[in-house]
Design a protein around this ligand. Structure first.
Ligand SMILES: [Zn+2]
Length: 159
């Protein structure tokens, strides 16, 4: 699909702050596109244009669980985020007209996040960042976090 946001990113037509965090040839993980709502808001998606879980090949499906687990481990590893999340949400909707490509939002949720920002309400952060882009993390902060995530993924602790 030529105008699919994920496919455009995979073709290099759009850059995501911090660059590619993980790519195994089937799945890729990056920060959410700008304005990235918060540090650690990641997006995991198959490289191939797939719109629903049942369209994954057996190989893509087998890789999905380990990818999600490793990225959650990266976000919860000591020193990766300023505050270690209590949970990492994994949310798949792919409902936006420009982004039908299936993608999991991986979203850290800390103890400090108030009830009105938990569960599905966390997507308020995406709306707020779009309305107020200067509230989003800086490119430098996202690049620094990306380097910590890549370092964790290269360590034995991530396996
Ligand atoms: Zn696509």
């Amino acid at each position: 699909m030529t105008d699919c946001l994920a496919c455009r990113i995979h073709r290099g037509e759009l850059r995501v702050p911090g660059g590619v965090l993980y790519d195994d040839g089937l799945w890729r993980v990056e920060h959410a596109v700008e304005p990235t709502p918060m540090l650690g808001w990641l997006v995991a998606k198959p490289l191939r244009h797939v719109e629903c879980l049942d369209e994954l090949t057996p190989g893509e499906a087998e890789r999905m669980g380990p990818v999600l687990r490793r990225m959650a481990a990266a976000l919860r590893a000591s020193g990766v985020l300023p505050v270690r999340p209590e949970k990492v949400y994994a949310v798949l909707f792919a409902e936006a007209a420009h982004a039908p490509h299936m993608h999991f939002h991986l979203i850290p949720r800390t103890a400090a996040d108030p009830p009105e920002r938990r569960g599905p309400h966390v997507f308020e952060r995406m709306r707020e960042a779009a309305a107020n882009p200067e509230s989003a993390p800086s490119p430098a902060a996202l690049q620094a976090l990306a380097a910590r995530i890549r370092a964790f993924l290269q360590s034995a602790a991530s396996l």
